[in-house]
Design a protein around this ligand. Sequence first.
Ligand code: DAH
Length: 342
Amino acid sequence: MSINDFIKQLDTLVESAAEQFNSAIEKLDKDILENARIEFLGAKSGKLKSAQKGLGKVEKADKPVAGKKFNEVKQKLEGLFQAAIEQIEKSRSSTEVKEQFDVTLPGTRISTGHVHPITQTIEELKDITGRLGFTAVEGPEIEDDWHNFEALNISLEHPARDPLDNFYLQTAEKNTGKDNLLRSQTSTVQIRVMEDTKPPVRIVSLGRVYRPDEVDATHYAMFHQIEGLMIDTDVTMADLKSVLLLFAKTYLGDDVEIRFRPSFFPFTEPSVEVDMRWRGIWLEFGGAGMVDPNVLRSVGYDPEEVSGFAFGLGVERLCMGRHGINDIRYLYDNNVRFLSQF
Ligand code: DAH
């Protein structure tokens, strides 16, 4: 065998080994690499081993050159193999996480929060009364004696002022020495609005009120009311009834009926209890009436010139009636399984 043939044979061997090592690197496949190693560097029948036999067949004078070439090729192949292993291992460890991600698997649903049923009710009631021409206003939850009682014609000896029925605070109203309290009704806002505005007035106020009631299926120490007030010349009880009927029909549905029962509130004369019949049962929703002349006078209005009606309904009752909720405590237990239904 000529020295040239021998060298050529070794060069071809290096070329095809490098090709197979590279294809293993491309596929990051250690099995392919191992097969290529056995094929070329295998100790028993590897191609390099076979090529070694050519060493004995070259001219004697060429032997040193041939031996040197053989050693270079051997080292070259081992180096290529080693480099290939390292590269495959490096690439695999950096892509391992990506390889485990299967984009065809179904995703995990993300649960988002949503608005509490009472807040939903408040927004809807504001919307309905807004369409009836009532502007929504707010008042403070910490009130003074004047706005919660006195201006509303609730006399000093009236039982509504009983400390057992109110959350009095140990802060006094300015210049009076009377204790402030957490408001027990949203009627307070009627006074605040009338003190600041000249008639006509057409407002609703929705918000929290507080009473130290014992908690049961229908009572909670904090609840919400929707208060309405309309003042103008010649406002009558018929206006009150038609506004409340429209309101009830829009909120509960066309088949709703409404009923007034005679009642008493210090701030209205005459006064009524408002019931609504829905799905066959009469439910109590709150009180209403024509604003008492004493109340109009307390805010500087002239009862000879203007008249008006007012109403105060329980927001929880409206919400519970509409959704068939039979215990007010569900609304405040913060149980996600309950709340997520709304
Ligand atoms: N403030 C009364 C209550 O909390 C409800 C009420 C009755 C409000 C008659 C009114 C009204 O505006 O006219 O029990």
